[in-house]
Design a protein around this ligand. Structure first.
Ligand SMILES: Cc1cc2nc3c(=O)[nH]c(=O)nc-3n(C[C@H](O)[C@H](O)[C@H](O)COP(=O)(O)OP(=O)(O)OC[C@H]3O[C@@H](n4cnc5c(N)ncnc54)[C@H](O)[C@@H]3O)c2cc1C
Length: 462
């Protein structure tokens, strides 16, 4: 679209309802597909001019894949994923395997973010949905349900979706204040490079033979390593304590001397690979408290994905939860019917909040278990593998669309009465958002992680 071109007059009353999506990340693109399949006219504005193969490894779980399949994407996504059936959780200094579990318990399919993104873009293009690149949204008008671009043009829609990522501008409008990130106390060094770099490093050759995923856990630190494209590409991410000032960025360079210092004494299989790594990124993990709402006052601007529910890397669910949110929002729009956008968006946030929160918390829970597992072991004492296993399995059988259809009658009736009374309940009360998620047995051992609405097996407590 050229900047002189005038697109999108106000949506006509008798045509399909129009959805403007701000941001063509995985969340925005999933939302575009979902909205298209529910019969809406979709337009995407994306601020960057061109997409590069950015980021590194990202997981797509079965919970997202079943939705993406309905929107015409499946085999090409599976083909991107790491082919290892299992992952190993190892001790930091000698690499001893402490636990082994199927990769599907963790992330589902681990692939390069850029490759998944490319598949999403191709599908959105195939569906004929316009993505307007180099079009930065600088203003949202809640009363008018419009967005204004940097070049001054304004566009109207029935619904606007703020899928504009972790540094979302839409979030400021929805909240009415700037939501500054706080340091989580942790940071990640991330590196992604061709496996060839390690060709002359004998100690790490076992990691290059075939696709693999390994995690080394130590005190207050863990390292996740995986290959991509059958060992052609190599990725490591070190999560460590960090109290430095935060700069929220996907691109901040890390200091490899600091990294080499950090992994002194670690298992040579991985330490040798880290030492020769040419460069890395320093990714501060910012904490953002759960938002009391994802929807603007008028009910016609809704947040989706990282703008309202960012995840820690240990949850491996950021993209998958954004995909679920896309499916739920689109179906709510369909079920609410024309002229009922605020009903749709308010039901959407209420249906999504608990599940998303528990998925976020599972990432925190796992990081804490890994960082503490070896702290209190006496010499010679063995660790129970169950204590460090990833407990994400409950996330995968979920069908976000089926769940929405099932809960729509009750939730929409509740929201209708809230809208009539003007008394909209926030997503969590004064006691704060839910924090408990881990299921323990009678001895206090972690058995599973399930959302509170699921029933817990006899003998276990949440
Ligand atoms: C460059 C980059 C690298 C990443 N690397 C990883 C990784 O290696 N591993 C991992 O697990 N996760 C990574 N992520 C995050 C991951 O992609 C998301 O957690 C997940 O896919 C949900 O995405 P989202 O669509 O909500 O947000 P994002 O993927 O952040 O997408 C937001 C999009 O909105 C656009 N945008 C922002 N503001 C505006 C505006 N005002 N107007 C128009 N467009 C706007 C951005 O350019 C971006 O394309 C990365 C994200 C980015 C942007």
């Amino acid at each position: 679209m050229s900047s002189s071109e005038s697109i999108l007059p106000r949506p006509p009353a008798d045509g399909p309802q129009r959805v403007i999506i701000v941001g063509a990340g995985l969340g925005g693109l999933a939302c575009a597909m979902a909205m298209h399949y529910q019969g809406f006219e979709v337009v995407i504005f994306e601020k960057v001019r061109q997409f590069l193969r950015l980021g590194d490894s990202l997981g797509l779980g079965e919970n997202a894949l079943k939705l993406l399949k309905r929107w015409g994407l499946h085999d090409e996504l599976i083909a991107i994923g790491n082919k290892s059936p299992d992952m190993h959780i190892r001790r930091w200094h000698d690499g001893k395997i402490l636990a082994t579990q199927p990769l599907m318990d963790m992330a589902g399919y681990i692939g390069h973010r850029g490759d998944y993104h490319d598949c999403f873009i191709k599908r959105v293009n195939q569906l004929g949905i316009p993505i307007h690149m180099g079009h930065e949204v600088v203003e949202y008008n809640d009363d008018e349900c419009s967005v204004t671009l940097k070049d001054g043009r304004t566009f109207w829609a029935d619904l606007i979706v703020g899928a504009d990522g972790i540094k979302s501008r839409a979030r400021e409008l929805v909240l009415g204040f700037q939501d500054k990130p706080k340091s989580s106390g942790y940071a990640c060094y991330r590196a992604f490079f061709k496996g060839d770099v390690l060709r002359n490093v004998p100690e790490c050759q076992s990691l290059l033979k075939e696709d693999c995923v390994n995690i080394w856990i130590g005190e207050d630190m863990h390292l996740v390593q995986n290959t991509l494209r059958n060992g052609e590409e190599f990725n490591w991410i070190i999560t460590h304590k960090d109290t430095e000032d935060i700069k929220e960025s996907w691109f901040q360079p890390g200091n490899m001397d600091d990294v080499r210092e950090l992994i002194k004494g670690w298992d040579e299989t991985i330490a040798s690979a880290v030492r020769v790594t040419p460069s890395c990124l320093d990714w501060k993990i910012c904490y953002r408290a759960p938002l009391p709402t994802w929807v603007s006052k008028s009910g016609r601007i809704a947040l989706l994905g990282d703008s309202c529910h960012p995840h820690l890397p240990t949850s491996a669910q950021g993209a998958s939860q954004a995909t679920e949110s896309a499916a739920v929002l689109a179906l709510c729009m369909k079920l609410a019917g024309r002229g009922n956008v605020p009903l749709a968006t308010r039901v959407y946030e209420k249906l999504r909040f608990d599940r998303v929160r528990q998925s976020q918390l599972s990432g925190e829970d796992l990081r804490n278990r890994w960082h503490n597992a070896l702290k209190h072991l006496n010499d010679g004492e063995d660790l129970d593998p169950d204590d460090i296993k990833i407990k994400n399995r409950w996330l995968y059988p979920f069908d976000a669309e089926a769940d929405t259809r099932e809960r729509w009658p009750e939730m929409s009736a509740k929201v209708k009465s809230e809208l009539e009374s003007g008394n909209i309940t926030p997503l969590f009360g004064e006691e704060g958002p839910p924090r408990v998620l881990t299921v323990r047995d009678a001895y206090g051992k972690v058995k599973d992680a399930v959302p509170s609405q699921y029933s817990v097996l006899p003998g276990l407590t949440v």
